[in-house]
Structure formats: structure tokens, C-alpha cells
Write a protein that binds this ligand. Structure first.
Ligand code: GLN
Length: 301
């Protein structure tokens, strides 16, 4: 990656105020929208400053190692690496999650999935809930915290993302509450003896259509794991396969709660209508008014 080197500005001496101005300028030049805010966050992170110090300490002369460390991170952001990978965290459902390039950065819309799981499962219930494509573990961890009596299982194809997810669970005190399984979609459930016993299967699977990949912003396209984002030609391939696999594990009245992309609801409804054992229950829109979550119910059995 060709990061733009902060050459003319990168003098060996600078105050905190000068460094912030330099960082803001470089981020602006790189086309970063909230350059000022991001410059402050990066500087605060490197220098471990509580926010008000950035204001009161502007004249402090920085050491050469402080300057080098900050400029290193600014150069990464100028190269369009997501701020969350640079700082190492992202908030989700009010909890701070570790993120690395092994995992998708949790998005605020995905909190809707957690909300609908908690609507469906009361706080006292000893339900069995499976999070498929757990990534950073954000959904599984948030649910384990909100539903202390539930049995939570989390599956991912990627061993390295499961490492991140486990650390996130430990960080939030639910490491022992979640069963971690590595494998493709519901494949690893085969040995768990859960046929007909699962109350909720929740997933934010990859749902970008292959042709759309090129149109994504550089932060996503160049840095986030492609396997966590791209499904196939349609974008709904994994939803379809997951629904096919899920039918044998769901208890009667159990649900599959899936995140989708804008414009995918119709196709998904058609998929559900063709699969025996399901009823399309509900489509939920996100704050931007986009189709975002579908809830599919297991009937009969
Ligand atoms: N479950 C994680 C999330 O919602 C990861 C999803 C994925 O990798 N597709 O952020």
C-alpha cells in the first residue's frame, strides 16, 4: 500500500497542537470525511490522553517517538485502512469489541439482530441460540450478556476470527457461556445432538453480490476480509444454504433471524416460500429506511 508520507510537515519537533493540525491536514487531503475528529482520536489513542488534554496541552513539545508513533498511524489511515483496525476496537451494543483484519468490523445496523433475538427470547428463558458467521463474536457476546440463562453457540469458518471472538467473550465475562465451533455454516452442529432443539439461529452472513465488490469503498474493499462480505452472484446464496441446513435443528416455532442487504428481501421471501417447513414472519428496516433484517419461522415439524 502506498501511504502518503507526511514529508513537508514531518519536522522532528512539534507541539501537540501542531501535530493535530498536521494530522487533520493529511487526513483531509486523503479525502477522509471526519478528518478533524479522526485526527483527535488517533492522537489521543497514541499518546493515551483523556480528551480534554488535547485542548489544554496544545503547547506541549512531543518526543520524537511520540511523533513517529502518531505519524505511523496517520499514514495508515491516509492509506484508507479503517480507523477501527488502527485503534483496534469498535463499539457494539454498548460494549467495546476488539477487532483485527481477521474479522468484519461490527456495524450499527447489526444491533437490530440482537434486538430481535431479545424480543423473541425472554430474560428468564433457557433458550438455545446459535450465532452463525460470528466474526468478532459481537452478536453472540451481546446476546450472552443480555440473556444470562440462554445457551449460546457461535460458529465461524475462520479459526483466526474465532480467536478474536473468544477474546471478546472473555473481555465481557461470557467466555465460559459460549460454545465455539469452527466450520461451514451449520456443519459443526451435526455432532451436537441439537436436532429440533434450537430456538433461534441468528446470522449476519456475507451478503454482497460478487459484481458489487468493485463498488465498495476502499476501507472495506482493501482491508476487511472478503470472505466475510462476499457471498456469490446474487448475494443471498448463504442465506439460502443456511435456511436449508437450519430446518432440522429448529424447534417448532423457532426462528432464523438474518441480516440482508438493501433490495434482497423479495428474493429471500421467494426462497423461503420454496422451502418446506418455513413461514416468512417479518421484514425489518434499519434507521436509514433500508431492508435489513428478515425473520423466518419454523412451522409444523
Ligand atoms: N457476526 C459478525 C458481525 O455481525 C461478523 C459477520 C460476518 O463476518 N459476515 O459483525
Amino acid at each position: 500500500m502506498d501511504a502518503v508520507a507526511p514529508i513537508p510537515q514531518s519536522t522532528s519537533q512539534a507541539t501537540l497542537g501542531e501535530l493535530i493540525a498536521e494530522a487533520r491536514r493529511l487526513l483531509e487531503q486523503a479525502g477522509i470525511e471526519s478528518a478533524e475528529q479522526e485526527a483527535l482520536w488517533i492522537v489521543e489513542h497514541v499518546l493515551r490522553l483523556p480528551s480534554h488534554h488535547v485542548i489544554t496541552d496544545r503547547d506541549r513539545l512531543l518526543s520524537s517517538s511520540e511523533l513517529a508513533a502518531t505519524r505511523g498511524l496517520i499514514a495508515r489511515r491516509v492509506g484508507r485502512e479503517p480507523l477501527q483496525y488502527i485503534l483496534g476496537t469498535q463499539e457494539f451494543c454498548g460494549l467495546e469489541f476488539e477487532v483485527s483484519p481477521a474479522v468484519l468490523i461490527p456495524r450499527p445496523e447489526t444491533e437490530l439482530l440482537v434486538e430481535y433475538v431479545t424480543q423473541r427470547i425472554s430474560a428468564e428463558r433457557q433458550a438455545t441460540i446459535v450465532d452463525v458467521c460470528t466474526g468478532s463474536g459481537c452478536i453472540a457476546v451481546a446476546i450472552a450478556r443480555l440473556r444470562p440463562h440462554a445457551r449460546v453457540m457461535a460458529i465461524d469458518l475462520s479459526g483466526s476470527s474465532l480467536h478474536v471472538a473468544r477474546r471478546n467473550a472473555t473481555r465481557h465475562g461470557v467466555g465460559e457461556r459460549i460454545t465455539w465451533l469452527e466450520g461451514d455454516l451449520l456443519g459443526p452442529l451435526a455432532e451436537q445432538g441439537l436436532e429440533g432443539l434450537v430456538d433461534v439461529i441468528v446470522s449476519n452472513p456475507p451478503y454482497i453480490a460478487e459484481a458489487e465488490w468493485a463498488t465498495l469503498q476502499p476501507e472495506v474493499k482493501l482491508f476487511e476480509p472478503r470472505g466475510a462480505l462476499v457471498a456469490g452472484a446474487q448475494g443471498t446464496e448463504l442465506h439460502e444454504r443456511l435456511l436449508q441446513e437450519a430446518v432440522r435443528y429448529l424447534a417448532p416455532g423457532g426462528v432464523v433471524i438474518l441480516e440482508i442487504g438493501a433490495g434482497q428481501a423479495r428474493g429471500l421471501r421467494r426462497i423461503v416460500e420454496q422451502l418446506p417447513g418455513y413461514k416468512f414472519h417479518r421484514l425489518v428496516y434499519d434507521e436509514a429506511g433500508l431492508e435489513r433484517v428478515v425473520i423466518v419461522e419454523r412451522v409444523g415439524a
